[in-house]
Design a protein around this ligand. Structure first.
Ligand code: BG6
Length: 487
């Protein structure tokens, strides 16, 4: 179903995000017939490009970042025709540029501004838009991380944007919320009767959230200022936690859902003072060199002026949600770069059976586990005990009830940005972070960060290509549990 016609202005049109994510995502939606014929994409940035230069860049982005099988020359030709470009200096309200000419003054045409620029430009751009009379009360503004490096700076960014745009116009992207498998958490929990009655401390022993990446980080310019806690936990992983732990919202209304997520964030037990050393582990990868492999360590990848950095490329931590549903159920988080493989999943570990009648059976009953694989190989797996077939008495075996998305669905799985970019036009804020959520997340994360900054201990090192430092294993084993590993 096509969305309403729109003028989508992308500030930072010559940047990496536009090239890698936004243009390919918009192309896919266009190709699938989701654009009304009267829709336009308008690139804006300081570079003095022409429409044709931008169209060429869009074409290149598609050829580089859209899978070959979806590159259809005829569609690409039509797509780039709706792209245009305006050189704009929006770094101050009186800046140059004639964006007004490219925008249509028709209330039926949705006006959206995607700020794919550094956050210190959000406020100046907002003011520029107002001064140039391009702001409309029904316009939308899209912003994304880093939305600050702590609570105070994130409030400043939000205040800056809020000078012009009201909260119902602000779309804060956390691309994890646009992932199919993440949205599927909502379907799994609230479109089935099976799980919700046991989704609590009476039946769940603990939850593990893992986002492991095999890529490194030292060559990514921004990363050293950020580190895994800010880059992955504060946003993506706390959002995952919210979806797992929240109470059922009364409806799919954006605020009904976000109210429930906010309650989870506010119920997180603060990790402060001595608990930081006890409940958190940070690591940094070191290189490996053998006859068969050679992987640089984080320090080796850094430019000279940053060598000696203590930025963490790995975090494991134990969190608790202090409310009736989750009292006593730990949530273990683990994320890192240069880990053994790329694997993101949520593992719900249920409690053991209360009484076993299988004392004489081979193999003891293992507690059930629900594994929601976010990527790659998306799917849901329920580990169950069954009787091993055969005449030789009762032998118990753990087997997966396995739902693989690739095997079940033939449709292409859309990228997160595709859904999110269209939701902006639809005016649906459900999958976007509200200001209070963002601030609650920073409030929880800040004391951990501050304690690390005060600590004289460096991050623990771990060998690139492993599951992180030994401290991470100790963190969970101390509680008599182990990290889930897919066989
Ligand atoms: C980004 C982080 O937000 O998410 C990156 O800044 C990380 O460091 C990326 O690599 C992971 O996203 P995905 O979609 O590949 O899991």
């Amino acid at each position: 179903i096509p969305v309403q016609p729109f003028d989508y202005v992308v500030f930072g049109a010559t940047g990496d995000l536009t090239k890698r994510k936004l243009i390919p995502a918009l192309y896919h939606r266009f190709k699938d017939g989701q654009f009304d014929d009267n829709s336009r994409i308008i690139g804006a940035s300081r570079s003095k490009l022409s429409d044709d230069d931008f169209r060429k860049a869009a074409r290149d982005a598609i050829s580089q970042f859209v899978e070959k099988q979806y590159q259809d020359e005829k569609v690409i030709d039509r797509f780039i025709k709706i792209c245009s470009y305006v050189p704009v200096d929006a770094s101050n309200p009186d800046g140059s540029g004639d964006l007004g000419k490219a925008l249509r003054d028709d209330p039926k045409i949705v006006r959206a501004f995607y700020l794919a620029v550094a956050p210190d430009l959000f406020e100046p751009i907002a003011e520029y838009l107002q001064k140039k009379k391009l702001y409309r009360r029904d316009a939308r503004v899209v912003i994304e991380k880093p939305l600050g490096h702590d609570l105070v700076s994130s409030m400043e960014i939000n205040d800056g944007v809020a000078k012009i745009f009201k909260e119902d116009q602000v779309y804060r992207i956390d691309h994890y919320l646009g992932k199919e498998t993440v949205q599927n958490l909502l379907a799994l929990r609230f479109a089935n009767t099976l799980f919700e009655p046991i989704w609590n401390s009476a039946h769940i022993d603990h939850v593990q959230l893992t986002v492991a990446e095999s890529v490194g980080a030292g060559t990514r310019g921004y990363y050293d200022e950020s580190g895994a806690l800010r880059d992955m936990i504060q946003n993506h992983m706390l959002q995952l936690l919210c979806l797992v732990a929240m109470e059922p919202p009364a409806s799919d209304d954006a605020n009904a859902l976000r109210d429930e997520k906010l309650k989870v964030l506010r119920a997180l037990k603060p990790i402060v003072n001595g608990d930081v050393a006890k409940n958190t582990v940070r690591g940094q990868y070191k290189g490996v060199k053998s006859e068969t492999t050679s992987v640089a360590g984080y320090q080796d990848e850094l430019p000279d002026e940053k060598k000696g950095s203590r930025t963490e490329t790995f975090v494991a931590l134990k969190a608790e949600v202090e409310n009736w549903r989750w009292a006593g159920v730990p949530f273990y988080f683990r994320t890192g770069k240069r880990m053994a493989s790329r694997a993101s999943e949520i593992c719900i570990q249920f409690k053991p059976i209360p009484h076993s009648i299988f004392d004489h059976a081979e193999g003891a009953p293992k507690a059930n586990k629900l594994i929601i694989r976010l990527q790659p190989d998306e799917g849901v797996k329920l580990m169950m005990m069954i009787k091993d077939p055969g005449p030789g008495g009762m032998r118990l075996r753990e087997v997966p009830l396995n739902l693989s998305f690739a095997a079940t669905f033939t449709e292409r799985t859309p990228e997160a940005y595709e859904r999110l970019l269209m939701d902006v036009i639809r005016g649906n804020q459900t999958l976007f972070m509200r200001r209070d959520e963002l601030e609650a997340a920073w409030k929880w994360v800040d004391p951990i960060r501050e304690a690390w900054d005060r600590s004289t201990e460096p991050p623990q090192s771990y060998v690139a290509g492993t599951w992180g430092p030994s401290g991470s294993i100790a963190l969970i084993e101390r509680d008599g549990r182990t990290w889930h590993e897919d066989e």
